[in-house]
Design a protein around this ligand. Structure first.
Ligand code: ADP
Length: 270
């Protein structure tokens, strides 16, 4: 923190005259926090530009090759065009995630309060991830005793959260062949339901403990190579964290390396 005492008119010269100043105004500016936020913003712009530049460089390289050495080579052209399409897709995913993150950030201080049915959010997401689950040969099992699990929130944002968590479980936990999604009531005093929890468990490689605290940082990835192959942007969990903060919900991650990971979302009591 930066301290800057300011003597207002009327108090100047008071000390020399030997009397006590009329009043002293002390301004405390928390510059540390301001600097930290500025730093985060510039880091983000630098990282985002770097991440976008990689596929762009690859696209430029292939275009030059197609204009020159591979001009008459039909087989090479076909192969290069496929890679170029993949790189363009990567750029699109990055831009989508960057926009998603800035949209959520803009709304950071408004708490969403529409009633949302968590069961419906999970069913909707599991359906939309069906093709990826089949491609990776992973079964998604939903466990919910039934009834209405209602929380206050924004349905589209909660779908984004659940989608990110299940998609990660599928991508990074595919070796376990199964992903469990649980909706559980958390009992309050007097046996009433006080809040809801949502848990996504996979049985894959898991996450070494030293990485856990950093997983929700923008562009943070545990294993850069494998997450590239898995088409990750490194922004998914940062988006999840921002959405959950806006919902006053907590994200907890528990993992035993080699056995899998559970990502839990705990909603606040009503
Ligand atoms: P990405 O787009 O790379 O998937 P995320 O922000 O969603 O980015 O996740 C950050 C990193 O956390 C991933 O790159 C991966 O290394 C790790 N991770 C996320 N979920 C899991 C999981 N269920 N099991 C193992 N590692 C995971």
């Amino acid at each position: 923190a930066h301290l800057s005492p300011i003597y207002l008119p009327g108090s100047s010269g008071a000390a020399e005259r030997g009397d006590v100043p009329d009043f002293v105004l002390v301004v405390i500016n928390d510059l540390t926090e301001q600097r930290r936020l500025e730093r985060m913003r510039t880091d983000f712009v630098a990282n985002a530009s770097h991440e976008l530049r990689t596929p762009l460089a690859s696209l430029t390289g292939f275009i030059e090759t197609l204009q020159g050495p591979a001009k008459e080579d039909d087989a090479a052209r076909e192969r290069f065009l496929n890679i170029m399409l993949e790189q363009a897709g990567r750029m699109r995913r990055l831009i989508d995630d960057i926009l998603s993150l800035s949209r959520v950030e803009l709304k950071a201080h408004v708490r969403p309060d529409t009633p949302v049915d968590l069961g419906e959010v999970v069913r909707h997401t599991v359906d939309s991830l069906g093709p990826l689950a089949r491609e990776l040969e992973v079964a998604i099992e939903v466990h919910f005793s039934g009834g209405l699990a209602e929380v206050k929130g924004d349905r589209d944002e909660l779908i984004e959260v659940v989608e990110n968590l299940i998609e990660n479980a599928l991508k990074y936990g595919s070796a376990g062949k199964r992903v469990d999604v649980r909706i559980e009531a958390e009992k309050g005093p007097g046996d009433g339901i006080s809040s809801w929890g949502l848990h996504v468990t996979d049985y894959g490689e898991g996450i070494p403990p030293e990485h856990l605290p950093r997983l929700t940082e923008r562009f943070y990835r545990v294993d850069v190579d494998s997450s590239r192959v898995m088409r990750g942007t490194g922004l998914g969990l940062a988006i999840v964290k921002h959405i959950l903060t806006r919902h006053r919900a907590r994200l907890e991650i528990v993992s035993s390396p080699g056995k899998g990971a559970t990502f839990s979302v705990r909603f606040p009591p009503d």
